[in-house]
Design a protein around this ligand. Structure first.
Ligand code: FAD
Length: 409
C-alpha cells in the first residue's frame, strides 16, 4: 500500500503515526514545503512574546521520518493532485498513491494595500515568520497589527509583552470577536488597553510608506500612523489551491465525512484544511484549532490503513491568558437571534469575572468564561457529548456546581 501525506503539521504527523501503528510495511511519503522537524505552531506566538525559546518548538525529533520509515519530501510544494491517475505533482515529479491525505493546513489571508513589498511587514504562521520578526524587534518602537482574530490578537499580545506599543485595526467592536461575545470582548479590550494597546474600529490600512522598510501606514479614514513593524493577522483560509475542485467537493474547506474521507474514495483530508461537522452548530464548519487537527489526523490515518474509525465532529474552543485575564470559550458564544438559542450570563465587576452559557433546546451549545474558568472542561464535554441538561440551568452558571448532578441516575 502506498500512502501519500501532504503537510507535515500536526494533522499529518498524527495520521502518519496511526498508519504506521496499523501497517508496518506500507510505503509512506510525506510532502511539505516546510523543512523543519514537526513543530508546535501555536507556540510561535510564545516565541514572539519571549516566554518560549525557538529551540523548544519541535514536537518530534529530527529522526521522526527515519523512526517511522517515512520518505520525506521537504521544502517542496504540491502543485496538483490527479485523482484519476492517483498521483501528486511536486516540482515536475509525480508521486503515486493508493491512499492520499491532504493535511496542508491554512494560509494567512492576504490584504490589498500599496507598499506591501516594504521590509518589516509580516504574516505570523510559521517558525520562519517569527524568526524574521525576532530579528527586527530590537529596532521596533511602534507596531501596527491588522486584524483582531486569534493570530492578530496573539501578535499584539506578544509585542505588548515585549513592551512595544501596538495599534490594532479591527472591523468588529473588539478583538477575538469570533471567539468571545461583547461582554468578554470589553473585558479583554480593557486589559489590553491598560498595557498599551490602541484599538481602532472600522479602519483599514490603505498603503504603507518607508525607505525600504515600513515607517508609516496610511489608513482608510485619511489618518497616518507611524509604525516600524506591521503584522497582518486577518485570519486564515484552508490551503487547498492545488485541489481539483471539479473532483473533490469543497466549501470553505475540503468537505469530509465522519471517516475524514473526501468525496473521492481513497482521498482524505484533516486539520485546518478540512471542513467537518461542527458539533454545536450541527452544520459543516472549519474549526482550525490544534486539538481538532490532532484528532482528525489520527482518525484519517486509521481509516487510510483500513481500520474503520469515526470522528464525532469538531468544536471550536480556546483557553487564552491575557495578562491578568483567563478566558475560556467553547462552541457558540454569540448565537444568532433566531429564537432557537437561550443565553444566561453572570458578570461580577468587583471580581472581574464573567460566565455565559448558551443553550439550544435542552443542550448546552456554547460557553464563555472569564477569570472563572472552573469546570470549563466539564461544560465543554457537555457540549461535545450533546448530553441533555436536566438541572436548573442557573446551577451551571455557578463556578462550584456539582457536576455529578449531571450524571443520569
Ligand atoms: C500564531 C498561531 C497561534 C495559534 N494558536 C492556537 C491556539 O491557541 N489554540 C489552538 O487550538 N490552535 C491555535 N492555532 C492553530 C493551530 O496551530 C492549527 O490549528 C494547527 O497547527 C493546524 O495543523 P495542520 O496540521 O492542519 O496544519 P499546519 O500546521 O498548517 O501544517 C500544514 C503544513 O502543510 C504545508 N503545506 C501547505 N500547502 C502545501 C503544499 N501545497 N505543498 C506542500 N506542503 C504544503 C504547510 O507549509 C505546513 O507545513 C494557532 C495558529 C497560529 C499560526
Amino acid at each position: 500500500m502506498k500512502y501519500a501525506i501532504i503537510g507535515n503539521g500536526v494533522a499529518g504527523i498524527h495520521a502518519a503515526e496511526a498508519i504506521r501503528q496499523l501497517d508496518s510495511c506500507g510505503e509512506i511519503t510525506m510532502i511539505s514545503d516546510e523543512v523543519l522537524p514537526p513543530y508546535c505552531r501555536p507556540m510561535i506566538s510564545m516565541v514572539l512574546e519571549g516566554s518560549v525559546a525557538v529551540e523548544k518548538l519541535p514536537i518530534r525529533p529530527a529522526s521522526f521520518y527515519d523512526d517511522l520509515n517515512i520518505t520525506p519530501v521537504l521544502g517542496s510544494r504540491v502543485s496538483a493532485v490527479d485523482v484519476d491517475n492517483r498521483t501528486v505533482s511536486v516540482n515536475g515529479r509525480s508521486y503515486p498513491y493508493d491512499r492520499l491525505l491532504i493535511a496542508s493546513g491554512a494560509d494567512p489571508r492576504r490584504i490589498k494595500a500599496d507598499g506591501l513589498e516594504l521590509r518589516n511587514i509580516f504574516f505570523m504562521r510559521t517558525e520562519a515568520h517569527v524568526r524574521r520578526m525576532l530579528a527586527v524587534l530590537p529596532h521596533v518602537r511602534r507596531a501596527l497589527v491588522l486584524g483582531g482574530g486569534l493570530v492578530g490578537f496573539k501578535a499584539a499580545y506578544g509585542l505588548l509583552r515585549r513592551g512595544i506599543p501596538v495599534t490594532m485595526l479591527i472591523r468588529s467592536g473588539h478583538p477575538l470577536s469570533m471567539q468571545v461575545d461583547l461582554e468578554a470582548g470589553r473585558m479583554i479590550t480593557g486589559e489590553l488597553s491598560a498595557r498599551g494597546l490602541d484599538v481602532r474600529v472600522g479602519v483599514e490600512a490603505a498603503a504603507f510608506e518607508g525607505n525600504g522598510r515600513v515607517a508609516m501606514a496610511h489608513l482608510s479614514d485619511g489618518t497616518r500612523l507611524l509604525c516600524d513593524m506591521v503584522v497582518i493577522g486577518k485570519g486564515v483560509f484552508p490551503a487547498r489551491g492545488f485541489v481539483p475542485k471539479d473532483k473533490i467537493n469543497v466549501d470553505a474547506g475540503i468537505l469530509v465525512d465522519e471517516h475524514m474521507q473526501t468525496s473521492v474514495a481513497g482521498v482524505f483530508a484533516a486539520g485546518d484544511v478540512a471542513e467537518s461537522t461542527d458539533i454545536a452548530r450541527r452544520t459543516p464548519w472549519v474549526n482550525a484549532i490544534w486539538p481538532e487537527a490532532v484528532a482528525q489526523g489520527r482518525i484519517a490515518g486509521m481509516n487510510m490503513a483500513g481500520h474503520p474509525a469515526a470522528y464525532p465532529g469538531s468544536l471550536s474552543r480556546n483557553v487564552i491568558r491575557i495578562f491578568g485575564l483567563d478566558v475560556m470559550t467553547a462552541g457558540i458564544v454569540s448565537p444568532p437571534e433566531t429564537g432557537d438559542f437561550e443565553a444566561l450570563s453572570a458578570a461580577d465587576r468587583r471580581t472581574g469575572t464573567y460566565r455565559k452559557l448558551v443553550f439550544k433546546g435542552d443542550r448546552l451549545a456554547g460557553v464563555a468564561l472569564v477569570n472563572s474558568i472552573e469546570q470549563g472542561g466539564v461544560l465543554t464535554a457537555l457540549i461535545q457529548s450533546a448530553t441533555p441538561v436536566r438541572l436548573p440551568r442557573e446551577a451551571l452558571l455557578k463556578p462550584g456546581f456539582n457536576f455529578r448532578q449531571l450524571m443520569p441516575i
